[in-house]
Design a protein around this ligand. Structure first.
Ligand code: PLP
Length: 440
């Protein structure tokens, strides 16, 4: 084996080398074909090897790839900003560009805190978040994240911790209706605000559909409406973390569009550039940006690669491609089919307890006992074994495992490119079934 000096996710493991990709398929250098059933990390949402995107990238590189944002704006950046304002709900018209989802949530966190400072509220600087959530791996983003496994080595460096639990409909107490459960979970925010004091809180952050730490956990109807109402009553901003759910993934432009709610800030990433370049953003409302403009006039955030023309042109080409190919609508239609098929898998296999999701962001949860919903005790989780078997068979799916409050969600995410066809979904599910059969 060739010697490697690259630090990989699992040290000591030999990874296949990627050769190329086309559509939903990836090919390694040994010629093996894989269905990219999760767009890598729910990222490659328009599929691989799209010629139009490659052309736009080359064209921008010929013109100029990098010009620093404090010296220049660019057509690509301006047009992408205008496009996102069209896509986003309400007056979320303003975009701050960064390069990763973690930077996006941290930037949203910083803008929220700065907004209150500009209004004279110096102490409003805590962010309330939820257990079983994931907002990124950098320290600010990890502080807000409820992904216990990713937090635990760094707790001494984290500024904060989640204050409330997230709705987990599969494990809802039987005696509560969905509506009662939605209110009960949302009301935890009210309790936390009373405990911490609204004068100390800048914002509440949540993923509309919980991804990495829950496996496509969809908030129940009424939940986010109640959250919005609690935030408004207590003068707290609401940040929707749309890094995984944004840009059409759930069958609407943004995950939060499934509820009758407009956030004050949104974090975007992943599907924004569909993996063709690192690109992410924090979006803010007119009210927030006007307040800061009238105040200090300067947002205290940003990175070297923020708003670089190369990434902006790439992302703009991706968004245009999505529009031209109606990918948001396709995600809704194919997502319904995918979820129905996953529910059939729940019916067919003893160890699959739940199938859930919205659009093309779906998940399966594995349990030891379907009646009691008891999880398997294995530390790696059954989901990990299923995805290892699937990988060997040429299907890539994403792990979503988390423990909080003594609970473990032993889940996987199935989130293929939004361009997938129904026949390709069937092929994907055939391999998934074969992998489950090998593990059970
Ligand atoms: N927020 C959510 C909801 C995510 O799913 C992720 C990544 O999985 C992030 C933030 C962090 O994004 P990145 O890995 O690009 O920093």
């Amino acid at each position: 084996m060739e010697r490697s000096y690259v630090i990989k996710p699992e040290l000591g493991k030999a990874y296949p080398k990627i050769s190329h990709g086309k559509g939903i398929y990836l090919y390694d250098q040994d010629g093996k074909e894989y269905i990219d059933g999760c767009g890598g990390a729910v990222t490659a949402s328009i599929g691989h090897g799209v010629q139009e995107i490659a052309d736009a990238m080359v064209e921008q590189a010929r013109q100029v790839s990098f010009a620093y944002r404090s010296h220049f704006s660019s057509d690509a950046v301006e047009q992408l900003g205008a496009k996102l304002a069209e896509w986003a709900p309400g007056s979320l018209n303003w975009t701050f560009f960064v390069s990763s989802g973690s930077e996006a949530t941290e930037t949203a966190q910083k803008i929220a805190i700065q907004y209150w400072q500009e209004k004279g509220y110096e102490r409003k600087n805590r962010i309330i978040s939820r257990w079983m959530s994931y907002h990124g791996i950098t320290m600010g983003a990890l502080s807000m994240s409820g992904h216990v496994m990713r937090r635990k080595r760094f707790t001494s460096l984290l500024a904060d911790y989640p204050a409330i639990s997230a709705p987990y409909v599969y494990r809802k107490p039987d005696e509560l209706s969905i509506e009662e459960y939605a209110h009960k979970r949302a009301d935890e925010l009210e309790v936390a605000i009373r405990r911490i004091g609204k004068e100390n809180i800048a914002a509440f952050i949540a993923e509309p559909v919980i991804g990495a730490s829950g496996g496509a956990l969809v908030a129940p109807a009424g939940y986010f409406e109640r959250i919005r109402e609690i935030c408004d009553r207590n003068e707290i901003l609401f940040i929707a973390d749309e890094v995984m759910t944004g840009m059409g993934r759930t069958g609407k432009p943004f995950g939060i569009n499934h509820w009758n709610v407009v956030p004050d800030l949104m974090a975007l990433g992943k599907g924004m550039s569909a993996g063709y370049t690192p690109m992410a953003a924090a979006m803010a409302t007119d009210e927030i940006i006007e307040t800061i403009t009238k105040g200090s006039g300067l947002i205290m955030a940003g990175h070297t690669y923020s708003a670089n023309p190369q990434s902006a042109a790439t992302s703009l080409a991706v968004v245009r491609y999505m529009e031209e190919n109606n990918l948001v609508e396709k995600a809704a239609v194919h997502g319904e089919y995918l979820l129905a098929q996953l529910k059939q898998i729940v019916a067919d296999y003893e160890m699959v307890g739940d199938a859930r999701g919205l659009g093309m962001l779906t998940g399966l949860e594995f349990v030891k006992n379907k009646e009691t919903k008891e999880s398997f005790a294995a530390s790696v989780g059954v989901g990990t074994r299923v995805l290892q078997r699937a990988f060997a068979k040429g299907l890539i799916i994403y792990p979503a495992m988390s423990g909080a409050d003594g609970l473990v969600s032993d889940s996987i995410i199935v989130a293929p490119p939004l361009t997938i066809t129904r026949d390709e979904i069937d092929r994907l599910l055939g391999i998934l079934r074969a992998a489950i059969e090998e593990v059970q």
